[in-house]
Design a protein around this ligand. Structure first.
Ligand SMILES: Cc1ncc(COP(=O)(O)O)c(C=O)c1O
Length: 471
């Protein structure tokens, strides 16, 4: 879970003095301002070349996206995808009337996902693209809340105090959902014995006011799958014992685009009757650039009608459900491009390669005496490790993260949630593009830096608390 960040801290950051931008004399042109304020709109115009150069140069200070092993989000697409992206950057997803083919492609994409996630009748499901998993999770959560409210009202019961049950290791979007939509979050703490939400003692958390349980396919902290079938079985027992019948939303931000290809026998999706809806990020293992997510409900009955708005569409009506109105349509086209380009076989090959690289890295890291694995990258291609207890008092995983950053590798270290907050882990997210060669180069850097840190004669001085990783 996250610590709040003060957005104003970014104001003075970057090039130039804290208030103004410095202009490279090479790009100065007669009649053009050379002193550009940073936090106010400049009075006069700039040549496009100048404005481009300033933005380009400043963005260069960001980390190298390909070496960013902290993010789950796509950092590479091929040249044809880039061409399609440039051609369709002007399309607004909400203009269904003006861009009916983009709208049709959007529907095709989520129907493909419904099929991939084993819906009984993919053509009778309902879904939508979103800006990412966060919006998709909010819509999934909202549908659960509305269904619960409708049922309670029809029974003449109170709708005052809805709650949702989730692991303490959920992504921050679920905290936002609970905060914005006023649903009590009932966190089931993860522990060393129960490292994910696994149905253990679920009856202590679920009651008649529970709108749903969230099961995560690919926990953000570690990449581990939550056993959706076990959670579902626990809910079946609760229903049999108490009559309280609780649906599941699967947050498959990463795993819903891995499991269908690489673990097809794992039952986590619409094959389980309790799974009402599934969300994923197209921009994670859907292999698209940032800006697309998906949510699909198992059938139309699982989505209350009042959440769907009608937008005029070729003289007819097109149902839409989204928190945003305008948003880019290009990523939806890119998603369809990827479905066509790779097909099931291609996705399987790409994801399998990432899994193999993750497991190779995990195996090699486990061989170093300093470390102990939390998991081994066999669910999604993500794994985390800890510093072995008693190994050293001279350095921590935060120091290793800093040292690797100096070499350009972004490998975050952060505390686990709540009850395990004294456990620090370091995590690698393997995405398409992190080849075996790059992984070997990274391993060599990790070994060099561990060796450096081990040779320190005194502990690294600390300056207050380490910065927390924001999930
Ligand atoms: C499990 C999980 N859910 C939701 C999200 C939010 O996804 P997005 O960044 O697409 O909004 C993430 C992001 O890492 C995640 O790991």
């Amino acid at each position: 879970m996250s610590e709040p960040t003060d957005p104003t801290e970014f104001r003075g950051r970057g090039v130039g003095t804290s208030d103004s931008l410095s202009l490279n004399p090479v790009f100065e042109r007669p009649g053009e301002a050379t002193d550009l304020p940073k936090n106010r709109m400049p009075q006069s115009e700039s040549y496009p070349e100048t404005a481009y150069q300033i933005v380009h140069d400043e963005a260069m200070l960001d980390g190298n996206a390909r070496l960013n092993l902290a993010t789950f989000v796509g950092t590479w697409m091929d040249d044809f995808a880039v061409r399609l992206y440039t051609e369709s950057a002007d399309k607004n997803m909400i203009d269904k009337d003006e861009y009916p083919q983009t709208a049709a492609i959007e529907t095709r994409c989520w129907t493909i996902l419904a099929d991939l996630w084993n819906a009984t009748d993919p053509d009778n499901t309902i879904g939508t693209s979103t800006i990412g998993s966060s919006e998709a999770c909010m819509l999934g959560g909202l549908a659960l809340k509305r269904r619960w409210q409708k049922r309670r009202r029809s029974e003449g019961k109170s709708t005052e105090a809805p709650n949702i049950v989730l692991s303490s290791a959920v992504q921050v979007c679920w905290e936002k959902f609970c905060n914005y939509f006023e649903v009590e979050a009932r966190y089931v703490p993860i522990t060393l014995e129960h490292r994910t939400l696994d149905g253990h003692e679920l009856d202590k958390y679920v009651d008649e006011n529970t709108i749903g349980v969230v099961a995560i396919m690919g926990v953000t902290y570690t990449g581990a799958y939550e056993p959706v079938a076990e959670i579902s079985a626990a809910l079946n027992r609760i229903a049999a014992d108490t009559g309280v019948d609780v649906p599941i939303h699967v947050d498959g931000a990463s795993g819903a685009m891995i499991a269908p290809f690489c673990q097809p026998d794992l039952v986590w999706d619409f094959r389980l009757d309790r799974v009402a809806s599934i969300s994923t990020s197209g921009h994670k293992y859907g292999l698209v650039y940032p800006g697309v997510g998906w949510v699909v409900w198992r059938d139309k009955a699982a989505l209350p009608d009042e959440l769907v708005f009608s937008v005029s569409y070729l003289g007819g009506n097109m149902p839409t459900l989204a928190l945003n109105f305008s948003r880019p349509g290009a990523q939806v086209l890119l998603q369809y491009y990827m479905f066509l380009r790779l097909g099931s076989d291609g996705y399987q090959r790409v994801q399998q390669e990432s899994l193999e690289v993750a497991q190779y890295l995990a195996r090699e890291i486990a061989k170093l005496p300093a470390f102990e694995l939390w998991n081994d990258g066999s669910d999604i291609p993500v794994f985390a490790w800890m510093l072995r207890k008693g190994y050293t008092d001279k350095w921590t995983l935060y120091d290793l993260s800093d040292r690797l950053r100096m070499k350009g590798w972004l490998v975050p270290a952060y505390p686990m949630p709540d009850d395990l907050a004294d456990v620090t882990v370091q995590r690698i997210v393997v995405r398409n593009g992190l080849s075996h060669d790059l992984a070997t180069a990274l391993l060599a850097e990790i070994k060099t830096e561990v060796d450096f840190l081990d040779r320190l004669e005194t502990p690294i001085p600390r300056e207050g608390q380490p910065v927390l990783f924001h999930h």
